[in-house]
Design a protein around this ligand. Structure first.
Ligand code: HMG
Length: 392
């Protein structure tokens, strides 16, 4: 029996900030963002969109009623949770009408936890071959106006349906994780935005990649030539490119090097338009690769580098399934260009708006554009969601 990803859904916001506009407002050279970070635009959410609406929308785009009757576990991986106690997965389970005898939990370790969720799903299915697990990676990356990280924000959610005999990607057993107790990026409970040691974080990303890859190669006797493509956690695409260049050694066959670099460009096509989506960004890279590359085929091995600050990382691998394209869309780049472009002043007001609660814990919101679900109001400190028939 093989186990892996049977369906993939994606949702992002309906608003975008173009990097050229941000550069102009911040007095930066636009090339610093477009070429220095390899970013063209960032997804920006209004107050009526959060990790629950994004996650429910991503899952709603792929699930059938039959799926909802067989899913017996929902895991939301996030570091932008909206409640310290109640898991976002519980609300999403309700919004999607998933059958009641299911487990619903939230997982956290910065941008890494979706990878742990995926492995937990895999192990659960190994014991329960008929079950299906919905893994949702959902985050809003918000660093603060005029901070160093402002250019690497974003918002989005990936929904991965994990099952036996998957139709997209089989997850292989080979995997190596590494944990390092470091302070490269963290967000204390009292802060809306993270504290970041930016340059240190990039060095840690690259060093954990190098050392974990050495261990992975030692344990499994593989080389880069065993992989048709490598996907990375993408805080911003330029860092992922530096990651790939770290793995490429002088003795790598030049043709294979060229192929890996070409596949890499496909894997960052979506992130260039969306920005960092924390837990989901590795899987957005996979989706982008599969929907934009035309020369991958069933049996091709894909390598993955998952990284979450703090820090935990993992290298693992999967195998594309024959006919995997039948489960995907064609490129979504046109859809992303339909998002409403915001001026910098509009972005600052929209992205940083806070709920104004009255004495009883109630708040209402204007109607912004959202995906299939919206946060409509807060009623006595309880967040209320609704399916949106038409998001225009
Ligand atoms: P910065 O101010 O943009 O840094 O901050 P910079 O001055 O080094 O410029 C960036 C690049 O632009 C450099 O390229 C410059 O040379 C280039 P490089 O030399 O590195 O190849 N550049 C130009 N290129 C063309 N034309 C120009 C020009 N000017 C400069 N005119 C920094 C970068 C990463 C520090 C900042 O964006 C930041 O703090 N971001 C947040 C932290 C982050 O993303 N860290 C990544 C690793 S940690 C991680 O991945 C985990 C994370 O996702 C969180 C989680 O796990 O939950 C963040």
């Amino acid at each position: 029996m093989t186990i892996g990803i049977d369906k993939i859904g994606f949702a992002t916001s309906q608003y975008a900030l173009n990097m050229a506009d941000l550069a102009q407002a911040r007095g930066a050279d636009p090339a610093k963002f477009n070429e220095g970070l390899l970013l063209d635009a960032l997804s920006i959410t209004p107050i009526t969109e959060d990790i629950i609406t994004l996650g429910a929308s991503a899952a709603d785009s792929i699930l059938t009623e039959e799926d909802c009757q067989t899913i017996d576990m929902v895991i939301v991986a996030t570091e932008s949770g909206v409640d310290q106690s109640k898991a976002a997965a519980v609300t999403i389970h309700h919004l999607l009408n998933i059958q009641p005898f299911a487990r619903a939990i939230e997982m956290k370790e910065a941008c890494y936890s979706a990878t742990a969720a995926l492995d937990y799903a895999r192990l659960h299915i190994e014991k329960n071959p008929d079950s299906r697990v919905l893994v949702i990676a959902s985050d809003i990356a918000k660093y603060g106006i005029e901070t160093a990280g402002e250019s690497t924000q974003g918002a989005g959610s990936l929904a991965l349906l994990v099952s036996a005999n998957p139709r997209i990607l089989e997850l292989d057993d080979n995997r190596v994780a590494q944990t390092r107790d470091i302070w490269d990026f963290w967000r204390p409970n009292y802060s809306e935005t993270p504290y970041v040691n930016g340059m240190y974080s990039t060095k840690q990303y690259l060093d954990t990649l190098k050392t974990t890859w050495e261990e992975f190669q030692r344990r499994y006797q593989v080389t880069l030539e065993d992989f048709a493509a490598f996907c990375f956690h993408i805080p911003f695409p330029k860092l992922a490119l530096k990651g790939l260049n770290k793995l490429i050694t002088k003795d790598l066959n030049p043709d294979h090097k060229e192929k890996l670099l070409a596949q890499f460009d496909h894997s960052i096509a979506y992130s260039r338009q969306i920005g960092n989506i924390y837990t989901g960004s590795l899987y957005l890279g996979l989706l982008s690769l599969m929907e934009n590359s035309h020369d991958l085929q069933g049996g091709d091995k894909i390598g993955f580098f998952s990284y979450g600050s703090g820090a935990v990382c993992e290298i693992f691998q999967g195998t594309l399934v024959d006919g995997f394209r039948d489960q995907l869309q064609s490129s979504r780049l046109d859809q992303f260009s339909q998002r409403q472009a915001l001026s910098v002043a509009e972005y600052e007001a929209l992205f940083y708006e806070q709920a104004q609660l009255d004495g009883q814990g109630n708040a209402t919101f204007p109607a912004f554009k959202t995906g299939a679900f919206a946060l409509t109001n807060i009623n006595q400190h309880q967040r209320m969601y609704q399916k949106v028939a038409d998001n225009d």
